[in-house]
Design a protein around this ligand. Structure first.
Ligand SMILES: C[S@@+](CC[C@H](N)C(=O)[O-])C[C@H]1O[C@@H](n2cnc3c(N)ncnc32)[C@H](O)[C@@H]1O
Length: 343
């Protein structure tokens, strides 16, 4: 997009003249203009494969940004303006700026030292938290923000198998991973549903991140207005695909933990998919995620997380973590750092 910036700007100016408006936002449909008032800050993930949180904070301070520390409460984010920034309340290595801050032309972004990734989208890799040196699958990976986050958590050690059906998105992903300094990955332009769990290549895979295609209804800027009947059919098809992927992922013989996420606000793609999967796979159970997180999955799946502009200052999102139940004779696996296990 940056390559075509001048032509895009000229086209935008022509559209504004034609529609007789002066501000870009006046071009948006009124339903979307309203949601623009819901403030979502700009989140910046520090890429620890290339730098550290401290170095990025220092660099930005030298550039005139004003570091405000860690907020006491969510509402502190609403007071961000100009060059002020904060650390995130929940996720280390995540910085928060006013929603108007643009880093697309910034050196740190172009050099892969920071990744422009929404907070909710950082939750899956953060919660899966695969150990350094582990074998991990990112099942529907492109364009790869979560893959690069996983690689950072794994310190580029171990194996990160990343699949996606879409060749174009994978090619973008390849460029982004190179820029982010990711080296522990193996990309495959492959249907995850056709990946054989019994293949010896995956015999040590204990962690899977599954972020399949979804309606995108949580993305504030993408909220669509399909007629209800069409929307129902689309959601049913998506939910069937998501459940198929989740059931398939649980077939990997050494799997210990899987994180399932969507940027959808519909229970059909979230709690209902997880419930159906658990019914079919009694050997797995839900993990209670981040007890301090303010928005939970719909009853009775309160172990899961939801996110929204109003309650978490993010796009709408859903995350569940499933864990293999220990065999009767096994000792309990220690719960992962960010979670409490409940049956
Ligand atoms: C929500 S996006 C993934 C975003 C990605 N996890 C990230 O954080 O950048 C869903 C992806 O699933 C891919 N996809 C859809 N069906 C798939 C399948 N059967 N196997 C593998 N990938 C698939 C799509 O091409 C799309 O790139």
């Amino acid at each position: 997009m940056l390559k075509h910036r001048a032509r895009l700007q000229a086209a935008l100016a022509r559209i504004k003249i034609k529609r007789k408006v002066s501000r870009n936002q006046d071009l948006l449909p009124s339903s979307i203009q309203q949601t623009q008032n819901d403030v979502i800050p700009r989140y910046v993930r520090v890429n620890t494969l290339k730098t550290s949180l401290e170095d990025v904070i220092d660099y930005l301070k030298r550039e005139g940004f004003s570091y405000q520390g860690t907020p006491g409460r969510l509402e502190d984010l609403d007071r961000l303006s100009g060059k002020m920034f904060l650390c995130d309340l929940h996720l280390k290595d995540l910085l928060v700026f006013s929603g108007k801050t643009d880093f697309h032309d910034h050196f740190l972004y172009k050099a892969g030292h920071i990744i422009l990734q929404g907070k909710a989208s950082c939750l899956p890799a953060f919660l899966l938290n695969p150990p350094v040196g582990s074998h991990v699958i990112d099942a529907c990976a492109a364009p790869g923000n979560k893959t690069s986050h996983l690689a950072a958590i794994m310190k580029n050690k171990g194996k990160l198998f990343a699949f996606d059906l879409d060749a174009k998105r994978l090619s973008t992903m390849s460029t982004l991973l190179l820029r982010a300094g990711v080296t522990c990955h193996k990309l495959a332009n492959q249907d995850f549903l056709k990946v054989d769990p019994q293949n010896s290549e995956y015999k040590e895979v204990k962690y899977i991140l599954l972020d399949p295609s979804c309606s995108g209804s949580g993305m504030v800027c993408l909220r669509d207005e399909l007629p209800e009947t069409q929307e129902d059919g689309r959601l049913q098809a998506l939910a069937a695909f998501q459940l198929h992927c989740l059931n398939h992922a649980l077939q990997f013989p050494q799997l210990e933990r899987i994180v399932y996420s969507t940027c959808s606000i519909h229970s059909q793609e979230n709690e209902e998919v997880v419930t159906a999967c658990l019914q079919r796979n009694p050997g797995f159970r839900l993990v209670h995620l981040l007890p301090d997180w303010p928005e939970r999955g719909h009853e009775p799946l309160t172990q899961c997380l939801r996110a929204s502009t109003a309650k978490t200052r993010t796009h709408g999102f859903f995350v569940a973590m499933l864990e293999r139940r220990p065999a009767q004779s096994d000792k309990e696996t220690p719960p992962c750092q960010h979670t409490i296990v409940i049956c």
